[in-house]
Design a protein around this ligand. Structure first.
Ligand code: NAD
Length: 318
């Protein structure tokens, strides 16, 4: 049977890794999927469960693998490590997950030096930086899922607020995938109109998207993971869809703009830190970080976010 698509390895067959595998299989974007986990029995169970749906989706091979099976992968997705327990922040996971990545990244790079490494494990920005350092790869080849998920959460909320299709809502959540992230309200628009102008068309909004509503949405996005974890113990569906979207943009060389986490090299005076800004994504990974215009307040928030990530990197045990 002829299969079209690409090879992807996922390290970490937990809730996020397995749901990502499921999402990728449904997408038809992959022809070869390898799941690697310290807990091989868990990976075997996930692979068997996923494999039983293969006759009903676009053709693909899926198997449990070792690091040697990363050879030839176009993308290696890193989801291994501890997740947040109720009340824990992403940054609380730093030292634990840096230790996990020290054991994983060199083995991945040994077998897949040409693969794009996509970091999902939290704290995502710190681990993207750590992965870049440990791998020795060019920075465009190492990225984190960053605020692609948070941006999707904000677009959803604005869609609910306005009644407009979320795909026609343009906005970006920037900075850390975590507590210091910021919505770029100055760049938020519908049909070329900024949000206040758009909401001026709507009688219910009293002329603008008020400061209170903006703060409410910012809080809702920032605290979404805490709320979901409180309810069901972990988050995995929306992040898996976000990862699928990033994979799609890379494999199809789409030149799509996504808020992935990547190494900053002087943008806004920021160096030696990974965080999310709108990036052009293509077959080589992060092809360009766009120098978008931010308000003074947003710039200050971005710098504060970068400082928080930088402090965590310093304290990470790297
Ligand atoms: P999980 O506990 O369900 O799965 C983690 C898996 O990693 C386990 O199967 C475990 O055996 C494996 N693992 C641990 N150490 C390993 C090692 N050294 N080598 C190989 N495998 C190893 O956790 P989860 O809910 O799938 O979350 C995984 C990570 O993703 C967490 O850090 C979580 O915070 C993060 N996450 C990120 C986002 C995002 O938007 N970036 C969203 C949700 C979750």
């Amino acid at each position: 049977m002829k299969k079209t698509g690409k090879k992807i390895a996922i390290v970490g067959a937990g809730q996020v890794g397995a749901t990502t595998a499921y999402t990728l299989l449904l997408s038809g974007l992959v022809s070869d999927l390898v799941l690697i986990d310290l807990n091989e029995k868990k990976a075997q169970g996930e692979v068997l469960d996923l494999a039983h749906g293969i006759p009903l989706v676009p053709p693909a091979d899926i198997k449990v693998g070792t690091y040697a099976d990363c050879e030839g992968a176009d993308i290696v997705i890193l989801t291994a490590g501890a997740n947040q327990k109720p009340g824990e922040t992403r940054m609380d996971l730093t030292r634990k997950n840096v230790a996990v990545f020290k054991s994983i990244v060199p083995k991945v790079v040994k077998y897949a030096p040409n693969a794009i490494l996509l970091v999902v494990t939290n704290p995502c920005d710190v681990l993207t930086y750590v992965t870049w350092k440990l791998s020795g790869l060019p920075s465009r080849q190492v990225l984190g899922s960053g605020t692609v998920l948070d941006t999707s959460r904000l677009r959803y909320l604005l869609s609910q607020h306005t009644g407009i299709d979320a795909r026609n809502i343009h906005t970006y959540v920037l900075g850390e995938h975590g507590d210091t992230e910021l919505p770029a309200w100055s760049l938020t628009s519908i049909a070329g109109m900024d949000m206040d102008e758009y909401c001026g068309l709507c009688a219910d909004c009293e002329g603008n998207l008020s400061k209170t509503v903006k703060e409410e949405f910012h809080d809702a996005v920032r605290n979404a993971a805490y709320q979901i974890i409180e309810g069901k113990g972990a988050t995995y569906y929306a992040v898996a869809v976000a990862v699928r979207r990033i994979v799609e943009a890379i494999l199809r060389d789409e030149q799509s703009i996504l808020t992935v986490s990547s190494l900053l090299t002087g943008q806004y005076g920021l160096y030696d830190v990974c965080l999310s800004l709108p990036c052009i994504m293509g077959v080589t990974g992060v092809e360009q970080t766009l120098p978008i215009h931010l308000s003074e307040e947003e710039l200050q928030q971005l710098h504060a976010s970068a400082a928080a990530i930088r402090a965590a990197i310093e304290d990470s045990g790297l």
